[in-house]
Write a protein of this length. Structure first.
Ligand code: NI
Length: 263
Protein backbone atom coordinates (compact mmCIF):
# COMPACT_ATOMS: atom_id res chain seq x y z
CA UNK A 1 0.00 0.00 0.00
CA UNK A 2 1.40 3.42 -0.91
CA UNK A 3 1.17 6.82 0.75
CA UNK A 4 -1.68 7.74 -1.59
CA UNK A 5 -3.96 5.80 0.75
CA UNK A 6 -3.42 8.41 3.45
CA UNK A 7 -6.00 11.16 3.33
CA UNK A 8 -5.13 14.77 3.95
CA UNK A 9 -6.12 16.14 7.33
CA UNK A 10 -8.90 18.56 6.58
CA UNK A 11 -11.62 20.10 8.69
CA UNK A 12 -11.88 20.39 12.44
CA UNK A 13 -10.51 17.70 14.76
CA UNK A 14 -13.12 15.25 16.04
CA UNK A 15 -14.06 16.19 19.59
CA UNK A 16 -17.23 14.15 19.97
CA UNK A 17 -18.44 10.95 18.30
CA UNK A 18 -21.71 10.65 16.40
CA UNK A 19 -24.05 7.91 17.59
CA UNK A 20 -23.29 5.69 14.56
CA UNK A 21 -19.56 5.93 15.39
CA UNK A 22 -20.18 4.88 19.00
CA UNK A 23 -22.27 1.99 17.69
CA UNK A 24 -19.51 0.95 15.26
CA UNK A 25 -16.95 1.05 18.08
CA UNK A 26 -19.12 -1.02 20.43
CA UNK A 27 -19.76 -3.63 17.74
CA UNK A 28 -16.32 -3.89 16.16
CA UNK A 29 -14.03 -2.71 18.96
CA UNK A 30 -12.20 -0.14 16.88
CA UNK A 31 -12.79 3.11 15.02
CA UNK A 32 -10.72 5.30 12.71
CA UNK A 33 -10.84 9.10 13.01
CA UNK A 34 -9.26 11.15 10.22
CA UNK A 35 -8.33 13.92 12.63
CA UNK A 36 -8.25 14.34 16.43
CA UNK A 37 -5.88 17.28 16.78
CA UNK A 38 -4.49 20.21 14.79
CA UNK A 39 -1.57 20.25 12.35
CA UNK A 40 0.16 22.77 14.61
CA UNK A 41 -0.07 20.44 17.58
CA UNK A 42 1.22 17.50 15.54
CA UNK A 43 4.28 19.58 14.56
CA UNK A 44 4.86 20.62 18.18
CA UNK A 45 4.40 17.05 19.46
CA UNK A 46 6.99 15.94 16.91
CA UNK A 47 9.56 18.23 18.51
CA UNK A 48 8.78 16.97 22.02
CA UNK A 49 8.88 13.38 20.77
CA UNK A 50 12.29 13.81 19.11
CA UNK A 51 13.75 15.36 22.24
CA UNK A 52 12.49 12.63 24.58
CA UNK A 53 14.02 9.87 22.45
CA UNK A 54 17.20 11.78 21.58
CA UNK A 55 17.88 12.43 25.27
CA UNK A 56 16.82 8.86 26.16
CA UNK A 57 14.56 10.25 28.84
CA UNK A 58 13.30 7.61 31.30
CA UNK A 59 15.96 5.04 30.40
CA UNK A 60 17.40 5.01 33.93
CA UNK A 61 13.90 4.58 35.34
CA UNK A 62 13.32 1.57 33.07
CA UNK A 63 10.48 3.21 31.14
CA UNK A 64 12.36 3.84 27.87
CA UNK A 65 13.40 0.54 26.31
CA UNK A 66 13.16 -1.47 23.11
CA UNK A 67 10.12 -3.69 22.56
CA UNK A 68 11.98 -5.74 19.98
CA UNK A 69 14.85 -8.20 20.24
CA UNK A 70 17.94 -5.98 20.05
CA UNK A 71 21.51 -7.18 20.49
CA UNK A 72 23.70 -4.84 22.49
CA UNK A 73 25.32 -2.24 20.24
CA UNK A 74 22.59 -2.52 17.57
CA UNK A 75 20.41 0.40 16.51
CA UNK A 76 16.99 0.36 18.22
CA UNK A 77 14.21 -1.29 16.23
CA UNK A 78 11.16 -0.48 18.35
CA UNK A 79 11.98 1.99 21.12
CA UNK A 80 9.16 3.06 23.42
CA UNK A 81 8.63 5.43 26.31
CA UNK A 82 6.01 4.78 28.99
CA UNK A 83 4.21 7.78 30.50
CA UNK A 84 6.13 10.49 28.62
CA UNK A 85 3.91 13.13 30.25
CA UNK A 86 5.77 12.51 33.53
CA UNK A 87 8.88 13.86 31.83
CA UNK A 88 7.17 16.49 29.67
CA UNK A 89 4.09 17.67 31.67
CA UNK A 90 3.14 20.04 28.84
CA UNK A 91 1.88 16.91 27.04
CA UNK A 92 -1.15 16.99 29.37
CA UNK A 93 -2.33 20.32 27.94
CA UNK A 94 -3.09 19.23 24.39
CA UNK A 95 -6.09 19.22 22.08
CA UNK A 96 -5.38 15.49 21.68
CA UNK A 97 -5.83 14.81 25.40
CA UNK A 98 -8.88 17.05 25.63
CA UNK A 99 -10.68 15.48 22.67
CA UNK A 100 -9.71 11.92 23.58
CA UNK A 101 -10.94 12.33 27.16
CA UNK A 102 -14.36 13.53 25.95
CA UNK A 103 -14.62 10.65 23.47
CA UNK A 104 -13.42 8.15 26.10
CA UNK A 105 -16.24 9.28 28.41
CA UNK A 106 -18.68 8.70 25.55
CA UNK A 107 -17.65 5.08 25.05
CA UNK A 108 -16.69 4.10 28.63
CA UNK A 109 -19.32 6.06 30.55
CA UNK A 110 -19.28 8.19 33.65
CA UNK A 111 -16.84 6.03 35.64
CA UNK A 112 -13.93 7.12 33.45
CA UNK A 113 -10.65 7.34 35.38
CA UNK A 114 -9.21 10.82 34.63
CA UNK A 115 -5.67 9.49 35.17
CA UNK A 116 -4.94 8.24 31.67
CA UNK A 117 -1.81 6.34 30.64
CA UNK A 118 0.32 7.67 27.79
CA UNK A 119 2.87 5.91 25.66
CA UNK A 120 5.17 6.64 22.71
CA UNK A 121 6.18 3.87 20.31
CA UNK A 122 8.74 4.79 17.66
CA UNK A 123 9.16 2.65 14.55
CA UNK A 124 12.27 3.93 12.73
CA UNK A 125 12.31 4.29 8.92
CA UNK A 126 13.38 1.14 7.02
CA UNK A 127 14.32 -0.88 10.12
CA UNK A 128 11.39 -0.53 12.55
CA UNK A 129 10.42 -4.05 13.50
CA UNK A 130 7.03 -5.76 13.47
CA UNK A 131 4.64 -5.42 16.41
CA UNK A 132 3.21 -8.96 16.50
CA UNK A 133 -0.48 -9.77 16.99
CA UNK A 134 -1.33 -9.32 20.66
CA UNK A 135 -3.88 -8.09 23.16
CA UNK A 136 -2.65 -5.41 25.55
CA UNK A 137 -4.45 -7.20 28.36
CA UNK A 138 -2.00 -10.08 28.04
CA UNK A 139 0.47 -7.79 29.85
CA UNK A 140 -1.94 -6.67 32.57
CA UNK A 141 -3.51 -7.71 35.86
CA UNK A 142 -5.12 -11.15 35.21
CA UNK A 143 -7.54 -10.90 38.17
CA UNK A 144 -9.87 -8.28 36.73
CA UNK A 145 -11.96 -7.63 33.64
CA UNK A 146 -10.60 -4.39 32.20
CA UNK A 147 -12.50 -1.67 30.38
CA UNK A 148 -10.35 0.72 28.43
CA UNK A 149 -9.98 2.55 25.16
CA UNK A 150 -6.71 3.37 23.39
CA UNK A 151 -6.23 6.37 21.12
CA UNK A 152 -3.35 5.68 18.73
CA UNK A 153 -2.21 8.79 16.87
CA UNK A 154 0.62 8.85 14.32
CA UNK A 155 2.70 12.02 13.98
CA UNK A 156 3.67 10.84 10.49
CA UNK A 157 1.33 9.40 7.88
CA UNK A 158 0.85 5.76 8.89
CA UNK A 159 0.36 3.22 6.09
CA UNK A 160 0.48 -0.56 6.01
CA UNK A 161 4.08 -0.15 4.76
CA UNK A 162 5.12 2.06 7.67
CA UNK A 163 3.30 0.08 10.37
CA UNK A 164 -0.22 1.43 10.88
CA UNK A 165 -2.36 -0.57 13.29
CA UNK A 166 -4.41 -3.55 12.12
CA UNK A 167 -7.29 -5.09 14.06
CA UNK A 168 -9.43 -8.22 14.19
CA UNK A 169 -12.96 -6.75 14.28
CA UNK A 170 -15.00 -8.11 17.19
CA UNK A 171 -12.04 -9.74 18.98
CA UNK A 172 -12.60 -7.27 21.82
CA UNK A 173 -15.65 -9.28 22.85
CA UNK A 174 -13.55 -12.30 23.89
CA UNK A 175 -11.19 -12.92 26.79
CA UNK A 176 -7.38 -12.95 26.99
CA UNK A 177 -5.95 -15.47 24.53
CA UNK A 178 -2.76 -17.47 25.25
CA UNK A 179 0.41 -15.49 24.45
CA UNK A 180 4.15 -16.11 24.39
CA UNK A 181 7.19 -13.87 24.43
CA UNK A 182 8.42 -12.84 20.96
CA UNK A 183 10.78 -15.54 19.65
CA UNK A 184 9.89 -17.50 22.80
CA UNK A 185 12.56 -15.44 24.53
CA UNK A 186 11.42 -14.31 28.02
CA UNK A 187 14.14 -11.62 27.90
CA UNK A 188 12.13 -9.88 25.17
CA UNK A 189 9.43 -7.73 26.71
CA UNK A 190 7.02 -7.97 23.78
CA UNK A 191 4.30 -10.62 23.61
CA UNK A 192 2.64 -12.37 20.66
CA UNK A 193 -0.64 -14.27 20.63
CA UNK A 194 -0.27 -18.00 20.03
CA UNK A 195 -1.03 -19.16 16.46
CA UNK A 196 -1.34 -15.64 14.99
CA UNK A 197 -1.98 -17.10 11.53
CA UNK A 198 -5.48 -17.97 12.75
CA UNK A 199 -6.38 -14.28 12.83
CA UNK A 200 -4.52 -12.61 9.96
CA UNK A 201 -7.18 -13.22 7.32
CA UNK A 202 -9.62 -11.12 9.36
CA UNK A 203 -7.25 -8.15 9.72
CA UNK A 204 -8.61 -4.64 9.10
CA UNK A 205 -5.82 -2.10 8.51
CA UNK A 206 -6.27 1.52 9.62
CA UNK A 207 -3.99 3.81 7.58
CA UNK A 208 -4.03 7.34 8.98
CA UNK A 209 -2.78 10.83 8.22
CA UNK A 210 -0.65 12.67 10.76
CA UNK A 211 -2.96 13.77 13.57
CA UNK A 212 -5.56 11.14 12.70
CA UNK A 213 -6.31 8.48 15.25
CA UNK A 214 -7.46 4.92 15.57
CA UNK A 215 -9.31 3.86 18.71
CA UNK A 216 -9.38 0.34 20.05
CA UNK A 217 -11.08 -1.35 22.96
CA UNK A 218 -9.69 -3.61 25.69
CA UNK A 219 -8.97 -7.14 24.49
CA UNK A 220 -8.72 -6.04 20.83
CA UNK A 221 -6.24 -8.16 18.90
CA UNK A 222 -3.92 -5.80 17.07
CA UNK A 223 -0.76 -5.77 15.01
CA UNK A 224 1.51 -3.39 13.12
CA UNK A 225 3.86 -4.47 10.36
CA UNK A 226 7.53 -3.55 10.11
CA UNK A 227 8.37 -0.08 8.83
CA UNK A 228 9.69 -0.72 5.33
CA UNK A 229 8.99 2.88 4.26
CA UNK A 230 11.60 5.66 4.18
CA UNK A 231 9.62 7.62 6.81
CA UNK A 232 9.66 7.20 10.58
CA UNK A 233 6.42 6.04 12.22
CA UNK A 234 6.07 7.90 15.46
CA UNK A 235 2.95 6.92 17.40
CA UNK A 236 1.62 8.65 20.50
CA UNK A 237 -0.97 6.67 22.43
CA UNK A 238 -3.39 7.57 25.21
CA UNK A 239 -5.22 4.91 27.18
CA UNK A 240 -8.27 5.75 29.26
CA UNK A 241 -9.78 3.28 31.72
CA UNK A 242 -13.18 2.72 33.21
CA UNK A 243 -13.86 0.68 36.32
CA UNK A 244 -12.48 -2.87 36.23
CA UNK A 245 -14.51 -5.74 37.65
CA UNK A 246 -12.90 -8.66 39.54
CA UNK A 247 -12.96 -11.99 37.70
CA UNK A 248 -14.27 -15.08 39.50
CA UNK A 249 -11.50 -17.08 37.82
CA UNK A 250 -8.30 -15.12 37.08
CA UNK A 251 -6.73 -15.44 33.62
CA UNK A 252 -3.88 -17.97 33.71
CA UNK A 253 -1.20 -15.67 32.28
CA UNK A 254 1.54 -18.30 32.41
CA UNK A 255 3.39 -16.50 29.60
CA UNK A 256 4.43 -13.98 32.27
CA UNK A 257 4.50 -16.11 35.44
CA UNK A 258 6.16 -19.21 33.92
CA UNK A 259 6.85 -18.53 30.23
CA UNK A 260 8.53 -21.89 29.60
CA UNK A 261 5.08 -23.55 29.70
CA UNK A 262 4.20 -21.94 26.38
CA UNK A 263 7.05 -23.47 24.39
NI1 NI B 1 -0.69 -3.11 21.94
Amino acid sequence: MSDTNVRETVGEPTSVLASHEIEFFRTNGFLSLSRITTDEEVAWLGEVYERLFREQVGKEDGVQFDLGAVESGQEPVLPQLLRPSRYAPELRETVFVRNASVIAAQVLGADLDPDYFDHMIFKPALRGSVTPWHQDQAYHDPTVRHRSVNFWMPLDGATVDSGCLQFVPGSNRGSVLPHHHINNDPAVHGLEVDEPERYTEYAAACPLPPGGCSMHASYMLHYAGPNTSPRPRRAYILQFKGTSTPLDVPVDNYWITSPQRGR
